[in-house]
Ligand binder design. Structure first.
Ligand SMILES: [Fe+2]
Ligand SMILES: [Fe+2]
Length: 504
C-alpha cells in the first residue's frame, strides 16, 4: 500500500471513530464543542466555530481559538456564550447555511470582490487576530437539510505556517460534518423528548397537587429536598451511611419518583383530599338550620300547651329556656367536635345522646337530631377522616403504582414506580400499601418517605393538620425513627446537616 493510501486509510479510520464518539454523545453542548475540536484536530486548524441554524437565524454556538487561548488564557473562555446572528448571504457562514455550498477560501482578505458574501473583519480587529485560510462547510443531516455551519480557520502545516485547506481535507470534513449533523439532530431529539417528559411529569404532578389548595407545591418540594438528602448521603465518608452511594442515574430516578410519588391522588375523591373538618361547611349549615327548626318546634309546642291551659306558665317558661339552652349547648358541642383532633370517651357518649334525640319533621315523621352520616363523621376519634375516607386516601399509593407501572420508563428510570409507590411503607412493617419491611423498602423510597412526612408537617396549609413549628417537626421525625418507622440514619443526617434549611 502506498504511503498516500495508508494516510487516507488512517484518516478514514479516525473519521469513523470520531463518528462513533459523536453519535454516542447526547449532551448537545458537549457534542457541539466536540465536533469543532475534532474537526480542528483533523485539519490542524488554529480556530473553529460552529453555527446552528434555527428558523431565520444562525446561533453562534461554539468558538475555539488556540492563539487567543494562549494569549488571553481563562479570560477568553468565560467571555463566550451562544448568541443569534441574522441569516443572510452577506456573511460567509450565512451564505453557506443558505446555499449549502462549501467555501474553501485560501485568504479571506483577498476575495475577488465578485462574491455575494464578504469577510467581516471585526473579530480580527477587536482581538488582534489574523484570519487567513478558511474552510466553511454546511452541516447536512441524513435528509439533506442544513442544520448548521462548521467553520475552520487557519490550517497550519508542519512548519507552523498558515496554509490553504486541501481538497482531500475538504472532502473528509464534509463527511465529518454530515455525521456531526446527524448527531446534533439526535441529541436535539433526545433533548426535546427529555424536555417533553420533564414537562409532562411536572405538569401532571402540579395539577394533582393543585386539586387541593393545601398541597400546592408539595411534589416539587418533596422531589427537590429528596435529591438534596441523597447528595448529602453521597458525601458521607464515615458513619452508618458511608457505604451508600447513589449514582447520577439513581439520583435522577429519585428526582422523578419524588415528583410522581402522589400522582395516584388522581384516584382519590377531591372532597376527601380537601377535607378540613369532620363535616364540611354546607353540612354544618344544614345542622344549624335543623337545630333552628327544632327550636321553633319546641317553642310552638310549649306555646300550644300554655294556650291549652292547665300548666303553670312559669313552669313552661323554665322548660322552654332549658330546652333552648340545651339545643344551643349541643350545637356548640357539635362545632367543637367537628374540628379534627382526639375525641374523648365522654364526648363520644354525648354525641350518641344527641343523635338519639328525636324531633318531628314537617311531614310529622320522627327523625334524629343528627343523621347516621353526620354521626359517623363526627365520631371519628383521631383526626378528621372516617375509616372509609382514610382508606380512600391511602389507596393513592396503589394508584401511583398502577399508573407508573404502565408508563414505559427507560431502563435508567425503571425503579421509579416502586420507589414512588413505597413512600408510605415503614421499616417496621406498619406502613402501607404492602407492609414492606427493612430491606424491602428501597433507600430512595425511605428518603422520599421522610421528606414527605416533613413536608406534610411543615407545609403552611394542610387541611387536616395545622402547620407544625420546625423544632416540633424535627422532634416528630426523630420519634418516627425511634419507632423504626423512618430510617434513623436518614433522619439523623437530615437533622444534623440542617438539610431542611431553605425548604421550610
Ligand atoms: Fe403520599
Ligand atoms: Fe406526598
Amino acid at each position: 500500500m502506498s504511503s498516500e493510501n495508508k494516510e487516507l486509510e488512517e484518516r478514514i479510520k479516525r473519521l469513523n471513530s470520531i463518528g462513533i464518539a459523536l453519535s454516542s454523545q447526547t449532551d448537545l453542548r458537549i457534542l457541539l464543542e466536540t465536533i469543532v475540536k475534532e474537526a480542528r484536530g483533523f485539519t490542524n486548524s488554529d480556530a473553529g466555530s460552529l453555527y446552528r441554524k434555527e428558523e431565520d437565524k444562525l446561533i453562534f454556538e461554539v468558538a475555539q481559538n488556540d492563539t487567543l487561548d494562549r494569549r488571553l488564557g481563562e479570560k477568553k473562555k468565560e467571555a463566550f456564550s451562544p448568541f443569534p446572528i441574522p441569516l443572510t448571504k452577506k456573511s460567509i457562514s450565512g451564505y453557506v447555511a443558505l446555499t449549502g455550498i462549501t467555501l474553501n477560501i485560501s485568504d479571506v482578505y483577498h476575495l475577488s470582490g465578485e462574491e455575494e458574501y464578504s469577510f467581516n473583519r471585526d473579530f480580527d480587529d477587536r482581538n488582534n487576530y489574523k484570519t487567513t485560510s478558511m474552510l466553511v462547510i454546511p452541516m447536512k443531516d441524513h435528509e439533506g437539510e442544513i442544520i448548521g455551519v462548521l467553520q475552520l480557520i487557519n490550517a497550519i502545516d508542519e512548519m507552523g505556517n498558515i496554509v490553504p485547506y486541501s481538497q482531500d481535507l475538504q472532502d473528509l470534513i464534509s463527511s465529518l460534518a454530515s455525521q456531526a449533523a446527524v448527531a446534533i439532530r439526535n441529541a436535539k431529539l433526545i433533548g426535546d423528548i427529555k424536555n417533553l417528559f420533564e414537562s409532562l411529569v411536572k405538569y401532571s404532578a402540579t395539577a394533582i397537587d393543585a386539586r387541593s389548595p393545601h398541597t400546592a407545591g408539595h411534589s416539587r418540594r418533596v422531589s427537590e429536598l429528596s435529591v438534596k438528602v441523597a447528595k448529602a448521603i453521597n458525601e458521607e465518608n464515615n458513619g452508618p451511611l458511608s457505604d451508600i452511594k447513589f449514582s447520577l442515574l439513581e439520583i435522577e430516578e429519585l428526582r422523578i419518583a419524588g415528583w410522581l410519588h402522589d400522582i395516584g391522588k388522581i384516584g382519590v375523591r377531591e372532597w376527601v383530599l380537601e377535607k378540613a373538618n369532620k363535616l364540611n361547611d354546607d353540612r354544618m349549615e344544614l345542622i344549624r338550620a335543623r337545630f333552628m327548626y327544632i327550636k321553633e318546634k319546641i317553642k310552638n309546642e310549649l306555646l300550644k300547651r300554655e294556650i291549652e291551659g292547665g300548666y303553670d306558665p312559669t313552669d313552661i317558661e323554665e322548660k322552654l329556656n332549658s330546652a333552648l339552652k340545651e339545643l344551643d349547648d349541643d350545637m356548640e358541642f357539635i362545632n367543637i367536635v367537628n374540628k379534627p383532633g382526639f375525641l374523648k370517651d365522654s364526648d363520644l357518649e354525648r354525641l350518641k345522646k344527641i343523635t338519639g334525640k328525636k324531633y318531628s319533621n314537617s311531614n310529622g315523621g320522627e327523625e334524629s337530631y343528627l343523621t347516621e352520616f353526620e354521626y359517623t363523621n363526627l365520631s371519628v376519634r383521631k383526626g378528621n377522616l372516617t375509616e372509609e375516607e382514610y382508606k380512600n386516601i391511602q389507596s393513592h399509593v396503589v394508584h401511583t403504582y398502577n399508573i407508573l407501572r404502565n408508563i414505559p420508563f427507560t431502563k435508567n428510570l425503571k425503579n421509579v414506580p416502586l420507589i414512588a409507590a413505597s413512600h408510605h411503607e415503614m421499616l417496621n412493617g406498619t406502613g402501607y400499601p404492602n407492609g414492606l419491611k427493612d430491606k424491602q423498602i428501597p433507600m430512595q423510597a425511605r428518603i422520599i418517605g421522610m421528606v414527605d412526612v416533613f413536608d406534610a408537617l411543615t407545609a403552611a396549609d394542610r387541611p387536616y393538620k395545622a402547620s407544625v413549628p420546625l423544632d416540633k417537626a424535627l422532634q416528630i421525625l426523630k420519634l418516627e425513627a425511634k419507632d423504626n418507622r423512618l430510617d434513623e440514619r436518614v433522619v439523623n443526617i437530615f437533622v444534623e446537616k440542617k438539610l431542611y434549611e431553605g425548604a421550610v
